[in-house]
Each structure stands twice: as C-alpha cells, then as structure tokens.
Design a protein around this ligand. Structure first.
Ligand code: M6R
Length: 369
C-alpha cells in the first residue's frame, strides 16, 4: 500500500504533481478563466464581501498565510489569517459581509470546527477548503472547495498542503475574477500558468538527491533556522514545522526582515540556515534585501542553504548549498519551494532514526481542542 516507498510520506511527496493537477482539473480553462460553480456562494454575495478571514491549524495555517498575499493582491479585499485555536476566544469582528475560509485536510480538526461554528453564529459565510469528502468541516460550512490530494496517511502533511495552496489560489483568483479588479490581465495569465505547476513540481522532485545528501550530513545538528520573505516567509515556517515534527529538532522560521530585530543573535559558526529566496523578477527589491540577509548571516558563520529560482545568479557567491526551483509567478513560488523542505525534513528524520509516518506525540487529525 506504500506503493514501493519506505514511508507513506515519501509516497505522498511523490504524488504531489498529480495531486496538484487533480485539484485544478475542471476548474481552470485554457483561456485563463475559472469555473468554480461548485462553490455555491452566489457571485453577488462574493461581490459584497468586504473582508476575508482564514482560520486553520498547523500546516493548513501556513497555506492560509500564503493565501493572504494572493487574496489581498488580486482582489484588494482585506484578509486576516488566524490560528483557529485563537480565533473565537478573542471576540473577532464578523458579519454577513465577512467570508471565512476554513482550511483543513482532515475536515475533523476541532479547533477549526469550533472557529467556523463561531463564525457562522455571527452571520459570516464559511467556505471550507478540505481534502476529506463528507467530513464535519465541509458539512457544517456554507460551501466547500475540495482539494483532490487523495487520502493522506502520513502525519506530516505534504500533498494536502500543496493542494490547499492550489485551492487558495483558485479562491483568490476567482474572487478577483468575480469582483473585477485592475489585475484582470494578471489573473488570466496566472490562471494559465497554474497549468504548468504540476510539471514544475515534478522537475523539483527529480533533483532532490543533493538535498537528501545534505540532510543526512546535518543529522547531528541541534538547530536549523529558516528565513523567508513575502510568500517565502510562510514557506520558511512550514519548513521549520516539518523539521520539528519529524526530526524532533529545534527549527524556527523567521521573516528575513526581522533578523536584525533579534534572531540574528542566534547565528553561530556552522549553524544551518535555510533561506527561501523570492524571485528576482517581480518584487526585485525583496530579492535584493534577502541577498543582503544571506551575506549578513554568512559573515557571522552560518552555513547557508539557499532555495532560489533557476537563473538567479546573485545568490551563488553566498550559498554554501544551493537548491534550485523552477521559475514561477512570484505568488506561486511556494508550490515549488516547499517541496525540497519536505524532502529535507523526511530525510533528516530518517537519518536520526525517527519514525517518519508516525512521529512521537502526534496524531493525524486532532479532534480535541
Ligand atoms: O486536518 P487539518 O488540516 O485540519 O490539520 C491541521 C494540522 O493539525 C496539521 O496540518 C498538522 O500541523 C500537520 N501534522 C503538519 O504536518
């Protein structure tokens, strides 16, 4: 049942190109428009939405953090992202014009369920992004967009995350399409670009041997830090979460711009630091800033592990290890940049003799608050 792989996690990592393609199937057409009729929230209701609030836990929360960049950019509607476990305890401001998006692989996460119940009680519309047909979260939501990752068995979420991202982009682009924004042309172009993402993920998977080798060489380390900016910041958080849950290592993700506000004090000789570099195209200011961050940490002894787009040569002199990812539109980069971090965590866990599919103290779905 593991399809020849040693672990479900490896199988699920390998299934990502298909999972991504399946989640797009029937929802995107070649001309650059989206058909999301299955989201049975009428267009006029979506046009009136004045705030989007995303609630989720763990890896799904990281998908939500990335969605915020996409939603606010393409729709110009303010978007908040909140840990489901915090949400209802702070008396959030919600009304009929709020669209709440609850993201959950299992559809059974109690924190997320309680958050969406609270949101509906306040009159908000709830859209679930979920991987499990007929589970509680979609049943209790106003609408659902299913991710088509197929069953995810390993405790560490991988293919579900990538498909959650795809679903989030679809929601962002659809909202933009329905509402009409100045980004109409960009939206059409990105919808077309989504079609090539599955192949891009495939290409990443084909080049993972050096990442595995690197991971094995770090098995004795105690700490790994992750830095990112813009959508690379949640990718850094996700890379760190994977490493915590699988390798039981101290792993932390930071926004690279925060380095000088504290975390840079952690840098010491030979400390591995993974840096997710945004595309040099698009938001090039951010790219240049993160290149300076890499120089800063390297000057203080860090061992830099740089995840950067193909053709981005500016990072080469400062990368002790360079992991290349295919060129994608800026906002879509997490779909390719996350994959090496999954492989990295899985291999490190194996090298440390840990049980990859069933990490200690964790359950696949957390059905208690
Ligand atoms: O089933 P859900 O997506 O609601 O689960 C949320 C988190 O419990 C889950 O993503 C968890 O963080 C994973 N073990 C991360 O790999």
């Amino acid at each position: 049942e593991k399809g020849g792989y040693d672990y479900f996690m490896l199988k699920e990592i390998a299934e990502q190109p298909k999972a991504v393609a399946d989640t797009l199937l029937g929802r995107v057409d070649g001309s650059g428009s989206l058909t999301l009729d299955e989201v049975r929230i009428p267009a006029n209701v979506l046009r009136e939405v004045d705030k989007v609030v995303i609630v989720a836990c763990g890896t799904a929360f990281h998908a939500g953090l990335i969605a915020k960049y996409a939603i606010e950019h393409w729709t110009r509607v303010p978007c908040e992202v909140e840990l489901a476990s915090e949400f209802r305890y702070r008396d959030p401001i919600l009304d009929q014009q709020t669209l709440v998006v609850a993201i959950s692989q299992s559809g059974e996460t109690m924190d997320t369920l309680m958050a969406l119940r609270h949101a509906r009680e306040q009159g908000a519309k709830v859209l679930a992004i979920c991987n499990t047909n007929g589970s509680t979260i979609p049943r209790e939501s106003d609408a659902v967009l299913y991710t088509h990752a197929g069953p995810e068995v390993a405790v560490a979420s991988t293919k579900a995350f990538l498909t959650q991202l795809v679903a989030c982009y679809l929601v962002a682009l659809y909202l933009g399409q329905v509402r009409g924004t100045k980004y109409a042309d960009e939206i059409r172009a990105v919808v077309r670009d989504l079609g090539s993402i599955s192949g891009a993920v495939e290409r990443v998977l084909e080049t993972m041997e050096p990442v595995r080798e690197l991971a094995r060489s770090l098995a004795e380390k105690n700490t790994v830090l992750f830095l990112g900016r813009h959508v690379g910041y949640p990718v850094a958080l996700e890379g760190a979460l994977k490493l915590k849950e699988l390798a039981y290592m101290h792993a932390e993700g930071f926004a690279a711009g925060e380095l000088k506000h504290g975390p840079i004090a952690l840098i010491e000789d030979d400390l591995p630091v993974v840096v997710v570099v945004p595309s040099p195209r698009g938001r090039s200011v951010l790219h240049d800033k993160i290149v300076s961050n890499i120089q800063e940490i390297r000057a203080r002894g860090a061992r830099t592990i740089v995840v950067a787009e193909e053709g981005d040569d500016a990072v080469v002199p400062y990368a002790d290890h360079l992991i290349r990812v295919p060129v994608t539109p800026t906002l879509l980069q997490p779909l390719v940049a996350t994959v090496p971090l999954q492989v990295f965590a899985c291999e490190l866990a194996t090298a440390r003799g840990n049980e990859v599919d069933q990490p200690r103290n964790l359950a696949k779905s957390v059905t208690v608050e």
